[in-house]
Design a protein around this ligand. Structure first.
Ligand code: G3H
Ligand code: 13P
Ligand code: ZN
Length: 303
């Protein structure tokens, strides 16, 4: 029988204890999936692949599960396969049944009591199947009054039994065109960490490398004013209990910039594999950088 994926909490708890963070990388296709797993192998780092619901609609669960398992086996490393922002109990259960080893139930837009109830349902289902659970309290993409409340977080973690908690402390998904992005509320993060016993998760953590933006613009894009999270803030957040960091935007930017560059430099090339391979290498470069930043290098350990 094929080896199942490794439970998410094994990696996150180990990172939490040793004060580094697991880079949780969003995949969308074969090339990004290979890039994530191959780079983890090459850097001797723990490996975490995650899929959003949109990616599930795009690529379908059986493809994502098989592809991740096959690439993990080829590289002989344990991998976590995680559902990112599952918005329903049904979606979480479908992924658990399909072999995912970690799921995020994100019902954070619901009333607090509903969020609590739905999260608990997922924990009950997941626990007996050896699957880890992440949930979110507060809302990432709204205004400051939706930041995670530390005392409510204590109760939420206790009553749901989740393994790790996604916090809203000012980060946002994507590369936002904000005039002076809001400051990340590290004081609040510190308070949450002091009160809540489980590892914390930082979403919307891409940094948006200005060099990559410059390259994208050199090869035809017209990207202006994009902001991400400064790397110094990421380092501080890791010291304040963040043990899982979600990255999607930076991988998208690396991939599509690679495609732009390849096609601009090779205008007569119409080979699909050539362009995709070049883009994949750009994603791997970005992943190596994140692995170093998050302190994951040489932190792989066998289940
Ligand atoms: O949480 C947001 C992730 O970046 C997923 O984005 O829903 O477009 O795949 P997506
Ligand atoms: P970024 O858009 O900043 O990469 O965040 C990704 C994320 O939080 C996925 O859940
Ligand atoms: Zn997210």
């Amino acid at each position: 029988m094929e080896k199942p994926f490794i439970a998410g909490k094994r990696l996150v708890n180990a990172a939490f204890k040793q004060r580094f963070a697991i880079g949780a990388f969003n995949t969308v296709n074969l090339e990004v999936n290979q890039a994530i797993i191959e780079t983890a192998k090459e850097e001797n780092a723990p490996c975490w692949v995650q899929t959003s619901e949109k990616t599930i609609s795009y690529a379908k669960i059986p493809n994502l599960v098989s592809m991740t398992r096959i690439i993990a086996n080829e590289n002989k490393i344990p991998v976590v396969l995680h559902l990112d922002h599952g918005h329903s109990v049904t979606q979480a259960k479908v992924c658990i049944d399909a072999g995912y080893s970690s799921v995020m139930i994100d019902t954070s837009l619901e009333e607090y009591e509903t969020n609590l109830k739905l999260t608990r349902q997922v924990v009950t289902y997941a626990r007996s199947r050896g699957v880890s659970v992440e949930a979110e309290l507060g809302v990432l993409s709204r205004q400051s009054d939706m930041y995670t409340d530390p005392d409510q977080a204590v109760e939420f973690v206790e009553k749901t039994g989740i393994d790790y908690l996604a916090v809203a402390v000012g980060t946002k998904h994507g590369a936002f065109k904000l005039k002076g992005r809001e400051k990340i509320d590290l004081k609040r993060l510190k308070t949450i960490h002091e009160k809540v016993p489980v590892p914390l998760v930082l979403h919307g953590a891409s940094s948006v490398n200005p060099k990559t933006v410059k390259t994208a613009n050199k090869y035809g894009a017209a990207l202006t004013g994009l902001k991400g999270i400064p790397e110094e803030t990421i380092r501080k957040a890791i010291k304040l209990g963040i043990a899982k960091i979600n990255i999607d935007t930076d991988l998208r930017l690396a991939f599509t910039t690679g495609l732009r560059q390849f096609l601009a430099e090779n205008p007569n090339e119409f080979g699909t594999r050539e362009a995709l391979l070049f883009a994949k290498e750009k994603v791997k470069e970005e992943l190596r950088h994140k692995i170093k930043l998050f302190g994951m290098k040489n932190k792989a350990h066998n289940p």
